[in-house]
Write a protein that binds this ligand. Sequence first.
Ligand SMILES: [Fe+2]
Ligand SMILES: [Fe+2]
Length: 496
Amino acid sequence: MSTATTRPAARELDLPAVDPPIDATAGPVPLLRGLAGLQRATAMYPPGHPMIAQRLKEFAEVVKRHLTQLPPDPHDRLGSHPTIRLDLINGDVYLDGVAFHHENTADAPFARELVDLGIHSIHIADGVTPDELLGVADLLTQFREGKAGETIEDQLARRGVRHVSLGRIVPLDTRWTAPEWADAPVGPLDPDYAKSLAIAEQAFDAVAAGRGVDLVTVRDLVQLLVDKVARSNVALGQILALKQYENLTYCHSVNVATLSLLLGRQLGLDDTLLAALVETGLLHDIGKTRVPLEILKKPGTLDRSERRLIESHTTLGAEMLVETDGLYPLAPTVALEHHRDLTGRGYPDLGDAVPHALTQIVAVADTYEALTGARTYRAPTPPEQACLIMARLGGRRLNSSLVKAFVSAITFFPLGSVVRTSRGETGVVVGTSRTDPLHPVLVLVTDDPDAPRREIDTSARDSSGAYERHIVETLRPDDGRVDLTRILAPPSPGAS
Ligand SMILES: [Fe+2]
Ligand SMILES: [Fe+2]
């Protein structure tokens, strides 16, 4: 049996390599400095020392301030907890999914210390107490001194820490557990979606083998996505909902192409432009086929030259696409620009040039796809949170109007999402409403496979005019008891 320590895993987070869209005070450095100060105080002074109290007060204030700056959670009043997500990935600090390249671990020494300790993520949920923060600092000190023996979870629990979790990219020992994600969707798939993935895998493998981009295959694939995949609720559900797999480039590309199409349709683009959009979405990461697989899949920290190689997938992709006759003329442009933001930041360095409108559309789809997929170092982000993160990226990394149009098209709880209602029911979203996007139509999931299908319209109101139920959260269908192909499939003729 493979283990998480030996299994290679696609590592690149296809998220913006740019500055934060929010003010600098909300960046990761105050949090890192606060935690470093507290940890050092707990290491240097005896318990109860005023210096520890002072550092704890400072860190708790930073945490509190940041928690209040998090985007409003539509379910807050129903008991969900906003969470600060600080992730340290390949030399960069990510705060709430946003990369802070200029504040990389070289600029924030404590981040490097954490990575050296094997800690790659610190997530702090609303409701955290000063005692819990102190418990985390104490645990880090124990860790530095090599005293940790029990599991991290046990140590946190023993210290009464319930609102903070620590994680790592690759478990190096038994103190850590990390989920293993599949490389592509598992379980029954929409047949056309499965076919498109198979064609894409073959085509990308051929390019990786040096055979160039096959125009006919690309065109067939575009047609399949436009005519079949994007018209199937089952396929859309499988692309839009939270994805419990760490997809390889071909699968990511099919998903991005389809999501770009949804956004393009929402924008009212004509069929010719839509086909062009799907083609560019499909090929935006084609340059990754020329980046050595061991680097794309390297789970640990990347050095500077490895980082450069990964970043080169933009220029390599553009070069390959320029050499392919017959493609939509903007395909190379989108491949070149898709990691650049609206202010000219990102890679490759192209001066102040603002990405083309088509690139901006693909960038929205690309970001959503990356966020809602799993990564070695983090679980997939539920769609509603992904939408909020993208809203925060609006204005600099992403075009705000496009984010708005995208969220309107897919809604916070897209087709295929497995959700829990305020009445404790579990259901799959089978219908969404533009006028009431937070209250979709569900099919209830029960443990009885023979139970009759029961639909609930969560927009229903009681006699006082109040909603009968809300959606509380998106669930991870880990137990495999949700068969989207069955639930989302159109009813057979004659079925009631
Ligand atoms: Fe990319
Ligand atoms: Fe991508």
